[in-house]
Design a protein around this ligand. Structure first.
Ligand code: NAP
Length: 485
């Protein structure tokens, strides 16, 4: 048994209406540590009936939660934030154990996740409406902002903490209540967050956690008329299914979906900055992030220098368990992820790409993949058209700015893009030409609670974080007061 099972924040139950519960059937799902492939514990294998009860509990809680003052809700969110920061180490240990990312990255995710709770505690106090000059003298028009209602929150495994707080904090700040369905590979981080929310004094039923069957839970969230909104982060494939399902009862949707981020290095770039940016953007979380550089486009004049320097740095990256000191690349989430990475690499090699990093022996036991740099990448390869979601850096050579922009935009996705140049004219030109929701200039790090996060095209709908993040959980009501003359 792993040490995390001794932690107070480790619990093997779902949360419905303030009760820690098992599945109705008593069935469980085993969660494994990707670094050892050993069991960490189990969570309830719930389905439609438990989800219905969670939705009904959230509905009852909504009646009182939405009537609290914004300052009262803000105070409870502040308390939750405080407990997250005070429990940074156990939260990070649980995260690394079930997800695999290096412990230092897990700590970073907890701080990032807690940042949303703090931010939306502050934003809760600033939810104001407005008044509109009336077209007739006997009327006044006021626009009120009201909580949407019960929200279904469906999250992925790659950021098991922050993808939850990025949704739940604005939902709660706005006065909504939630039913969370965490990813099956990483439910313990969600449960730990719910334990802390309970300790913070957030009332029963405001946050419910249902673990188990994705389709059954998802279908209940989609078809139950009490649920007024679904907020989802995950693949474009599942996001599109949820959009179809939400149509029958016209639910609001926020969708944070897949990406295919270009990372463009122009001849006039600061090469040191570009190398650091590429390492951060490509290899964080072992390449398993939606904003990871998926296609690295390098202009011909600096291609060879950039490739050699990047390969040298990647050769120095240590692969191993997230808990081992100095590890940069942890295990991949599951076998399917490894198969996809291998398929992308084999396809690229068959089409003429070359691996320029050194061969290495991987540690035994875990779900490990070697980080590599490939040259000779072309747009017909699988890795140019789908997220590889692994530590593979394919380098595409280009000649002109127009060519780079055309390749970068040549994808149905539009989440994140990065480019490196020292020219301010090019900075504006390229920044405006890139069809993505988020663009990083001379940086590989763009995630923060203070800026809007989200994509265009098939990368999703809506924005999370920033001042606009709370709007996703608020309805506008035009209130017309007549007969005043
Ligand atoms: P996924 O397979 O789409 O799963 C995401 C969540 O949806 C999981 O909780 C999953 O449950 C659930 N789910 C699966 N089928 C469902 C269904 N029929 N009904 C309701 N829920 C269902 O994605 P993933 O593999 O976990 O995550 C990786 C993807 O997320 C990548 O494409 C990545 O780019 C994207 N992502 C996007 C962002 C962003 O902000 N845009 C951030 C992070 C990740 P189970 O785990 O139980 O299958």
């Amino acid at each position: 048994m792993s040490a995390i099972t001794e932690l107070e924040l480790f619990r093997q139950s779902g949360l419905i209406d303030g009760q820690w519960v098992a599945a109705d059937t008593g069935r469980t799902i085993t969660v494994t540590d990707p670094a050892t492939r050993m069991s960490l514990g189990t969570v309830p294998d719930m389905g439609a009936s438990e989800t219905r009860r969670a939705i009904e509990a959230a509905d009852r809680a909504f009646a009182t939660w939405k009537r609290k003052t914004n300052a009262e809700r803000a105070q409870l969110l502040e308390a939750w934030y405080g407990l997250m920061m005070a429990n940074l180490e156990p939260l990070a240990s649980i995260l690394t154990a079930e997800q695999g990312k290096p412990l230092e990255e897990a700590r970073g995710e907890i701080r990032y996740g807690a940042g949303f709770v703090k931010w939306f505690a502050e934003e809760a106090r600033r939810v104001g409406g407005n008044t509109i000059p009336s077209p007739t003298p006997d009327r006044r028009i006021v626009v009120l902002k009201e909580a949407v209602g019960v929200c279904g929150i469906i999250t992925p495994w790659n950021f098991p903490n922050a993808m939850i707080t990025r949704k739940v904090a604005p939902a709660l700040a706005a006065g909504c209540t939630v039913v969370i369905k965490p990813a099956q590979f990483t439910p313990f981080s969600a449960i730990a967050l719910a334990i802390l929310a309970e300790k913070a004094g957030i009332p029963a039923g405001v946050i419910n956690v249902v673990t188990g069957q994705p389709r059954e839970i998802g279908d209940e969230l989609l078809t139950n008329e009490i649920v007024r909104k679904i907020s989802f982060t995950g693949s474009t494939h599942v996001g599109s299914m949820l959009m179809r399902g939400a149509a029958s009862s016209i639910k609001r949707l926020s969708l944070e979906l897949g990406g295919n981020a270009p990372f463009i290095v122009f001849d006039d770039a600061d090469i040191d900055l570009a190398i650091e940016g590429a390492l951060v953007s490509k290899f964080r979380n072992g390449g398993q992030t939606c904003v990871c550089a998926n296609r690295i486009l390098v202009q011909a004049g600096i291609f060879d220098v950039f490739a050699a320097r990047l390969a040298d740095r990647v050769d120095q990256m240590r692969v191993g368990a997230g808990t081992a000191p100095g590890v940069a690349i942890g295990p991949m989430i599951n076998e399917a992820a490894i198969d996809k990475i291998n398929e992308h690499v084999s396809d690229a090699l068959a089409r003429g790409a070359k691996i320029i990093t050194s061969e290495r022996t991987l540690p035994p036991g875990g779900q490990y993949v070697a980080p590599i740099v490939l040259t000779g990448a072309t747009t017909d390869m699988l890795l140019a058209n789908e997220e590889t979601f692994g530590p593979v850096a394919p380098l595409f050579r280009f000649e002109t700015e127009e060519e780079a922009i055309a390749i970068a935009n040549g994808t149905p996705y539009g989440l994140a893009a990065y480019f490196f140049t020292e020219s301010h004219r090019r900075a504006w030109r390229v920044g405006e030409a890139l069809e993505f929701g988020m663009v990083g200039l001379n940086t590989g790090a763009i995630s923060t609670e203070v800026a809007p996060f989200g994509g265009v095209k098939q990368s999703g709908l809506g924005r999370e974080g920033a001042q606009v993040g709370i709007d996703e959980y608020l309805e506008l009501k035009s209130f017309h007061l007549g007969g005043l003359s």
